[in-house]
Design a protein around this ligand. Structure first.
Ligand SMILES: Cc1ncc(COP(=O)(O)O)c(C=O)c1O
Length: 387
């Protein structure tokens, strides 16, 4: 597999018409649509806070104010009608850090960790690099929507060797925003066999109306399921290179052991820019985010009406991503990404990066100007005509 980061190598340039182009699968002029982050002007509140912080010229130790956590609590109350005042909210450098630490804390070498492919690639890597067994509960495509295979999940959770489910809500890459009934079913199944649920909810703010994000925590009812969830502004505000994330849980024991790991490995060292960006995002980023959601909805409309017949858009409900079904083109799995880059000038993430269930699909970012999406549609149409 080509590493997406290495493949691009930061090599962005302006095309003659002003469009941003990148190196991808051997081309130097592909439209950059392969990564899950916004390719638009970022929230002014955030960029000006970062500039002001840089202008401070003081980059020593800084205490993270408690208001950072309170801002997050206000944000979830307002945007998701989720009150997490009674829950533990801890800072973690990244979602990957939280995932790795929880895999280490909650499972032993050889134990099974269930994932739901096609899914964000780091889950598999973190599980296997920690010496745990990746157990697959593949999603099932039904019409233009993915569903969870709950019977299969019930049988996988019934295996006493499987201790943890990593749930992706909303789901990268297929764009599902799981609803209350689906999440409640997962909670009931996992509670029955005491399988811990780690809900990766880093895309929580990116549900496309009329879809609404439901926190896993809100769907657990009286199931008694043990859970934790990852949150934070890194995806929402395009801050993955700067910002901290959060780990939320109702389990005092998980809170205590996560805090211990954090101090054992100094995971809580503060980054002055992360603090500034985090506060500015949650204080001043509402309107920017609302505008972005409108832009993404418009881009979905362009894709839905403009894609050639050979390419089907799997109905996107949330995340920065559109999941395209290109199986009708009958292109060899390993050739799909190169063909899209070289023949259509479109740099996407080929679906098999997310597991074998993604073969023949591709993930494309929709958080980009509509002109770019219009170009994508035109370039795909011409590439297919020339085949
Ligand atoms: C579902 C999901 N989780 C986690 C991450 C990465 O988070 P981090 O860089 O904080 O590890 C991504 C990045 O795209 C993602 O889509």
């Amino acid at each position: 597999m080509v590493s997406p980061t290495r493949d691009t190598g930061g090599d962005r340039r302006q095309g003659t018409d002003g469009a941003t182009l990148i190196r991808h699968f051997g081309t130097t002029d592909a439209l950059p649509l392969w990564i899950a982050e916004p390719d638009v002007e970022l929230a002014p509140s955030v960029t000006s806070a970062l500039q002001a912080r840089a202008a401070d010229r003081w980059f020593g130790y800084e205490t993270r104010p408690g208001s950072v956590i309170e801002l997050f609590r206000d944000w979830t109350r307002e945007r998701h009608a989720w009150d997490c005042a009674e829950l533990a909210v801890m800072v973690s450098p990244s979602v990957g850090t939280s995932t790795g630490v929880l895999v280490d804390l909650l499972t032993r070498p050889g134990d099974g960790v269930i994932i739901q492919p096609p899914v964000f690639t780091d889950f598999k890597t973190i599980v296997s690099e920690n010496g745990r067994t990746v157990v697959r509960n593949p999603l099932v495509l039904s019409g233009d929507q993915y569903k969870m295979d709950l019977d299969d999940l019930a049988s996988k959770t019934a295996d006493p060797g499987n201790k943890l489910l990593i749930l992706c809500n909303p789901h990268n890459p297929v764009g599902r925003v799981w609803d209350n009934d689906e999440l409640a079913a997962v909670a009931a199944i996992c509670a029955e066999h005491d399988v811990f649920v780690l809900a990766d909810e880093i895309h929580a703010d990116l549900a496309l109306p009329p879809h609404r994000f439901t926190p896993f925590a809100a769907a657990t009812g009286d199931s008694g399921v043990r859970w934790a969830a990852t949150h934070g502004p890194i995806k929402t505000f395009g801050l993955a290179g700067v910002c901290d994330t959060l780990l939320v849980t109702d389990q005092p024991q998980v809170e205590a052991s996560f805090e211990t790991r954090s101090s054992q490995f100094h995971l809580t060292r503060n980054n002055v820019f992360a603090i500034a960006a985090f506060e500015a995002a949650y204080r001043g980023g509402r309107t920017w985010l609302d505008d972005l959601l409108v832009l993404m909805a418009a881009n979905v409309t362009v894709l839905a009406s403009g894609l050639p017949d050979e390419i089907t858009l799997v109905n996107p409900e949330g995340t920065y991503l559109a999941w395209l079904d290109l199986r009708a083109l009958d292109i060899e799995v390993a050739e799909l990404g190169p063909w899209l880059a070289q023949s259509a000038g479109v740099a996407v993430s080929p679906g098999h990066w997310f597991g074998r269930e993604g073969a023949g699909f591709a993930r494309l970012t929709i958080a980009t100007p509509t002109e770019t999406i219009e170009r994508v549609v035109d370039q795909l149409r011409s590439a297919i005509r020339r085949r």
